[in-house]
Ligand binder design. Structure first.
Ligand code: UDP
Length: 367
C-alpha cells in the first residue's frame, strides 16, 4: 500500500454524454468519484463521449473525448440478447483512448456496464477496475462479470450487497456504496409539501405504483426525470385521475434538490433489482423521508423507521399506508445518514482503498 497520488484513467458510460441525463445515475456517480479523487490529490484522465461536460476542476483532470454512436443499453435488451456494437459506435473508441492513456497510468476505472471492457481486462497489462452499475439484466453480462470475478474479483466493486447478490461470485463482494457532493443539497425542514418521485421514466422504475399511491391519497405526485419511454409515461398517466402526475422534467441537480427538498415524502418503487438508487439518497440529503419497496439498493439504503419506511415490494397498499405515516420520520436524521454514509469524500476514500488493494500483486491472479 502506498500513499503516493495515483494517475487514473476514468472511462465514462458509452450511453450519452456526461451531462445529458441519458446515462442515468452513472453520470452523477462519475462526477462524485471524479471530484472526490481530485480532492484526495490524484491525477485523472477522463475519457467520455464527445460533447461531455465536466465540472470546473483544476489542472489535475484532463478530458479526452471520443466520437461515436451510443451503445444500446443492456437494461432494455432481451435477457438473452447478443452483444451489439453499432457501426461507428463510441464504445471501442473510448477504449482505444483509454488503453493508450493507460500505458502511463496506474490504473483504469470503468463506469460503463459493458461486455467489451470486462472481456479485455485479463488480456491487457494495464490494471482495469470496474464499478459495476447494474444488477443482472443480461445472461451475457452475467457471464462476463462472473468470468472476470473468477480471474480476479478484486477488479470489480458493486454499489450494494443486494446488487452484487445477482451474480455468482467466488468471494464476498467489494461494496463501495455511492457518494454525493452534499454541499449541493440543502436540508429543508418543512414536512408539509407534496409527494415526490424522481428517476428515468421507464418501466423498471415502477412509476405506476407511486402514481397509484398518490391517487389513493387524492394528492398530486411530482415527477422529475428524463422521460426515456414516452409510451410507458402515457400508460401510467392514463391509469390515474387526470392531474395526479405533475411532470416536472429533467432538472439540474441544483434545481432538482431545491424542488425535491420541499416534498413531504419521496416514493421509490423499483420493479428491478436497482443497483443503488441515487435519487433515494438525493432526497435524504434534502431531509426528505423515503418510502420505498424493500428491493435492491433502496431496500439496503433506507433505514426502516429512521430515514423512511420500507414495505414489501409491489405492495401498493402497504406503500400507501407507510406514506400516511411519514411525519414520524425526523428530516434531520435523513440528512445525517447521508453525511455519515454517502458523501463524495467517503466514496472516494472507499474507491481509493479498493484500487490500492487490487493493485497488490497476488499469486495466481495478477503479476
Ligand atoms: N436526475 C437529474 N434530474 C432530474 C431527475 C433525475 O439529474 O430531474 C438524476 C439523478 O440525480 C440521478 C439520476 O438522474 O443521479 C437517476 O439515477 P438513479 O440511480 O436513481 O437511477 P438510474 O437512472 O441510474 O437507473
Amino acid at each position: 500500500m502506498t500513499d503516493r497520488p495515483l494517475t487514473l484513467v476514468l472511462v465514462s458510460t458509452p450511453i450519452g454524454q456526461l451531462g445529458s441525463g441519458r446515462g442515468g445515475g452513472v453520470e452523477l456517480t462519475f462526477t462524485s468519484v471524479l471530484k472526490g479523487l481530485v480532492g484526495r490529490g490524484h491525477r485523472l484522465h477522463v475519457v467520455a463521449p464527445s460533447g461531455s461536460h465536466l465540472p470546473a476542476l483544476d489542472g489535475s483532470v484532463t478530458l479526452h473525448t471520443a466520437p461515436g454512436l451510443d451503445q444500446p443499453s443492456w437494461q432494455h435488451a432481451d435477457r438473452e440478447a447478443a452483444m451489439q456494437i453499432p457501426l461507428d459506435g463510441v464504445l471501442p473508441q473510448l477504449w482505444d483512448r483509454a488503453l493508450a492513456l493507460a500505458a502511463d497510468a496506474d490504473a483504469v476505472l470503468n463506469f460503463g456496464y459493458d461486455w467489451l471492457p470486462l472481456w479485455l481486462t485479463p488480456h491487457v497489462a494495464s490494471p482495469i477496475f470496474h464499478l459495476v452499475s447494474m444488477g443482472s439484466v443480461s445472461s451475457l453480462m452475467d457471464r462476463a462479470i462472473q468470468d472476470l470475478a473468477r480471474w480476479d474479483q478484486r477488479r470489480m466493486a458493486f454499489h450494494t450487497r443486494r446488487q452484487a447478490s445477482d451474480f455468482a461470485l467466488p468471494h464476498p463482494p467489494e461494496v463501495v456504496g455511492n457518494g454525493f457532493d452534499l454541499s449541493r443539497y440543502g436540508l429543508q425542514l418543512s414536512g408539509d409539501g407534496p409527494l415526490g418521485w424522481a428517476g428515468r421514466v421507464a418501466p423498471e422504475k415502477g412509476l405506476e405504483d407511486a402514481a397509484a399511491v398518490a391517487a389513493a391519497l387524492g394528492e398530486p405526485l411530482k415527477v422529475w426525470g428524463l422521460v426515456e419511454d414516452p409510451a410507458y409515461a402515457s400508460r401510467v398517466e392514463a391509469q390515474v385521475p387526470a392531474g395526479t402526475i405533475e411532470w416536472c422534467g429533467f432538472q439540474t441537480t441544483e434545481e432538482l434538490q431545491r424542488q425535491l427538498g420541499r416534498c413531504r415524502a419521496f416514493l421509490n418503487t423499483p420493479k428491478w433489482n436497482e443497483a443503488y438508487g441515487n435519487v433515494v439518497v438525493e432526497a435524504l440529503a434534502c431531509g426528505v423521508p423515503v418510502v420505498a419497496y424493500d428491493r435492491g439498493g433502496p431496500g439496503e439504503i433506507v433505514e426502516h423507521g429512521v430515514t423512511g419506511w420500507l414495505v414489501t415490494a409491489d405492495d401498493r397498499e402497504a406503500l400507501t399506508e407507510a406514506t400516511r405515516r411519514v411525519a414520524a420520520i425526523d428530516r434531520r436524521a435523513c440528512r445525517r445518514w447521508t453525511e455519515q454514509w454517502a458523501s463524495q469524500e467517503a466514496l472516494a476514500a472507499r474507491i481509493e482503498a479498493w484500487i490500492h488493494r487490487g493493485l497488490i500483486p497476488m499469486n495466481g491472479t495478477i503479476s
